[in-house]
Design a protein around this ligand. Sequence first.
Ligand code: HEM
Length: 228
Amino acid sequence: MTATATAPADTLATEGATLSSLLREGTRQVHREAETMGFIETLMSGGFGDRGKAAYADLAAQQLAIYGALEAASARIAATPEGAAAEIVFDELERTPQIEQDLEFLFGAEWAEKVTVLPATAQYVARLDAIDTLPQYAAHAYTRYLGDLSGGQVIRTMLQRHYGFGEEGVSFYRFDRIEKPKVFKDLYRERLDALRFDDEGRAAVVAEAQEAFRLNQALFAELGDIHL
Ligand code: HEM
């Protein structure tokens, strides 16, 4: 959450640094940009007022498409020997069932006929559908799941505070099977750091994570165009 400038992935001093620290440093700037975008800031500050639930519902609808694709990639990667050995696919992270529950609450029983996928989401999904290597997967899973376990927890609190949510509608942000997010995030980083990528491979993971952040930014920009 600090604002220091971020080096592009190809200029990062990868030698000797852990993958998790490279990811954190390499995405610091894009993270800052993502969390200060109009749609997110307005959502977080309560600025949408009466329109908050609708704006959030639209975000949740996009998340269904995104996590559907990410979790299909989790299954593809876990089915490879390299992916299974890496142990970075965790059942307790799975979000698709929670998003479906949230959508039912937000849109009603006929939610599946009401949700639409935005062009920026379709682009993000296309990138996720193309994942067929562990480095690509690690980048995208890191970006979403560690984010959900970090800033996502703040977002849930803000949604509850400003738009009258209780527990329903925001279960996406609740990880019932993870008792302590900090402990889990540390474990996740350990698993990332144990991956046997060379310097070039690690720089490729950081570059793909930066791309993942940009895809999220493009989505927030589009949601901003619609809801702000
Ligand atoms: C309201 C918006 C956001 C807030 C308030 C926020 C806040 C935070 C905070 C406080 C952390 C540090 C947690 C820690 O040290 O354990 C964090 C980490 C992280 N966030 Fe966000 N975030 C936001 C948006 C996002 C977005 C849009 C993404 C990506 C899609 C994202 C991805 C991440 C990732 C990957 C980390 C882990 C960094 C690391 O330790 O390697 N965040 N966020």
